[in-house]
Each structure stands twice: as structure tokens, then as C-alpha cells.
Write a protein that binds this ligand. Sequence first.
Ligand code: HEM
Length: 449
Amino acid sequence: MAARFVPVMPPRLDRPRSAWSGVFGKSARNTIGGWSERAFEAPYLRGRLLTITLHTISDPDAVQHVLLDNAANYVKPAVVKRLLAPLSGRGLLGADGDLWRKQRRMVAPTFAPAAIASMAPLIARVAERQVAGWPKGPALLDMAAEATRATMAIIVEALFSADPRLMTREASDHIAAALNAAAEARLGALLRLPVAELTRTGRRGRRGVVFLRRTLDRIVRERGIGGGADDFLGGLIRALAQQFPEAEALELAVDNAATFYLAGHETTANALAWTLYLLSEDREAQERARAESIAALSADPAELADKLPWTRQVLEEALRLYPSAPRFDREALGEDVLCGAPIRRGEIVTVMPWLVHRHHALWDAPDAFDPERFAPEAKARLHRFQYIPFGAGPRVCIGARFATMEALIILAHWLAARRFAPSGRPVVPAASVTLRPEGGLWLQTSPSR
Ligand code: HEM
């Protein structure tokens, strides 16, 4: 493999960190920070925190066992549910068992391939509108903020009939505050203490959650049990009303509105930002993606994503290096064995795409940028569970296909119109919940033609 550039990442420690450092201090605020080199070489790591045992698995067979083969034994941990409860309640992301199954079935039609393809023109419109709003000449732009603005507009137009209350700057700031405060919230959920009240970040996050919840609650209640508009939210309210008493149906509608509003744009915005960062550092890869985009833009928007094989490889490599969801957890319902280690009921099993995607046993030069890893023949050789940006098994991201199509259409429009170059401002990967460029992604942009 030709030498490729190694993009930014947090420094690696000489020694493994203690489990406590994952709860307090700097690495608590950044789940991708504070790891030792050994963590990227070991198939399995064990840690202890108060009464909780944590197993972090990176061996793809073990990941497959937890997420697919023995998925019935692994549920969303009680602590994660406590963490999600104030914002997304018992919505799809945190639900388990029968409640999860019912809700997944209700939203599935929105994410079927044909339904997603029908959203392509809307995505293309938002991407074009955004480009039209940028300065005509060279400009320094925060592409992380631009990406968030685009994906927020798309999810609100696609699922919530473009309700203007969900597209304000205020809503965006409250979401950022809520995500920033997730570390304090995690600690509070673990210790069952109101830790978030103790810090400014925590209090801001709490205000953010209250604002978002109140806004969505108002929207759902205005629509009422009939669902109002003929959109995702309306369909969901009507489907919930058929299976639950009215008050519970409306509550679950708010829970899922919050789930899809947040999960539906933040993650994709980060994927876009990281892709643009990588392309800004690799001019050759960027020119190739631009040429492909210009040629593909003559196609029907619904077919556009299939005409961008190179850009897709770059996006996949961006999601390998910077998985938007760098960590997810499960709680064992019963005994099991993973990588030879006994797992007991109530213990936490963590899957970290951040570790799996950069593991020395699984990838050549794991920290280097190389979209050729996802060329069709190379991709076919990968273990299905060594590349898991969208998770896997029954709880696989329901928005994966939508997110991929959305990101590719936006990239095609933006790359065809503009060149992106480094601005000299630092790029800092940090992950409280989602992996974002802290302080934004400032790129020098200029017209491409
Ligand atoms: C690049 C973009 C995205 C990434 C990297 C991503 C990643 C993930 C991952 C890793 C999970 C599984 C978590 C686990 O197993 O615990 C997940 C679940 C989920 N995602 Fe995404 N996601 C993205 C975009 C989206 C979009 C666009 C939507 C909605 C429109 C969405 C909605 C959800 C929901 C509702 C779940 C929970 C599914 C369930 O538990 O049944 N995501 N996502």
C-alpha cells in the first residue's frame, strides 16, 4: 500500500487507563481519548467500576456473538436507559423486548428502500440551496456547522413536514449543549446522583434537554391522536394510537420524535464533516470525487448515490476512521463467555467501533486514510463485524441506508461546486456521545469552476 496520510487522532497513552478515568476527568468527556496502544491490539479488555464489571470486545467473532448470534442475551443497559430517559424516554433507541419490536415495526416502512429513494429530490434541493447561500468567492467556512444545518433541515423536512420550530439556531444550540453534557449525565446515571446540576456544562445540557422535550411535546400535542399531517410523525402517532392507550401513545410519539430528530441528523452531519476533512487533506482523492460528482449530477437524484463508487469508498473510510457513534453498550441478561472470559448477568459489554476500526490485528496501517480498503474486492474480504459504523444484528441502525444516500447526495453537490482545503485551524476529534470535530471544522473553500 502506498504511504497515505495519518489524520488527526487523540494521543495514545503508554499504559492502560483505569476504568475510573473513563468516568471522571478528561477521558470521561471524550470516549475516544485516553486509550493505550494495547487497547488497539487486544481482542478483549476488562475493567471494573464500583460494582460494575465492563467487558470491551474488539474480536469480530465476539462482536458477532453479542450483536447477532446471542443478541437475545444482550439488552440496552439500565444505565443507558436512565441516561436517555429525560430526552427520548422509551423511544426506539433505548427500548427492549416487545416495546422495541412494536416500535421498530411501526417505523420500518419509512426506511424501506423505495421510501428512502423518494426522499432523494428533497435532499438534493437542500444541498443545492445551501451551496447557493455560501459566498461566491473563496471563503472560510465551518463545514461541521454547515453539515449540521443541512442534515437538520433534511430530517425536519423529511419526517416532520418542515416544522420551523425544529430548524432554529436555538434548537441547534440546545442539541449541542445536551450532547456536550452527556459525560456528566453518564456519571449521574451511573451513580444515581444529580451530578449534572453541579457543573455549568451539565446545567446547560439539562436546559437543552428540557427545551427540546418541551418543543416536541407541544408539536405532538397540537397534532393530537389523529396525527395531523400525512408525514412520518403523523403516521407514527396513528400507529401508536392503535396499540396503546391515548396518553401512552402520545408520550411514545414524543419519545420517538426526539429519537429520530436527534439520531437522524447529528450522526450524518459528523460523517459529512469527517469526509470533507479527509478530502481536504488528500487533494488527489478530492479531485477524483469531484470529477465523479460532476459526471453523476446529470442523473436522477434517486440514482445519484449509485453513481458515486469512489465517493462512497471515501465515506466508508471516513466512517471507519471517525465512526459517528464510537461506542455502544449492552447488559448481559444471563451468563455467557466472550473471548474466553466469563460474562455474568448484569455485566456490561461494550463494543467500540473506535477500537475495532483501528485494530492492528484487523487492518493494515489502521490509522492511515486509504479508501481502497473499501474497493469491492477488498471489502468482500472483510469480516462482517470488523466494520460496524451502523452497528449490526437486529439493533442495526434503522437509518443506515437513508444516512448513506443523504451523505452521498450532499457530498456530490458540495464537491461539484467547491474545493475544500485545510485552513490551518486545528481539527480536534472528540466524542462525548457522537464523534465530532470539537470547535468546528474550518476549511478554506473556493469555487471549483
Ligand atoms: C452516519 C450516520 C449514522 C450512524 C453512524 C449511525 C449509527 C448508529 C448505530 C451504531 C446504531 C446502533 C446502536 C446500538 O446498537 O446500540 C444506531 C441505531 C439507531 N439509529 Fe443510527 N446512525 C446514523 C444515522 C441515523 C439516521 C439518519 C437515523 C434516522 C433517520 C438513525 C436512527 C437510529 C435509530 C432510531 C437507532 C436505534 C435502532 C434500534 O435500536 O432499533 N440513525 N445508529
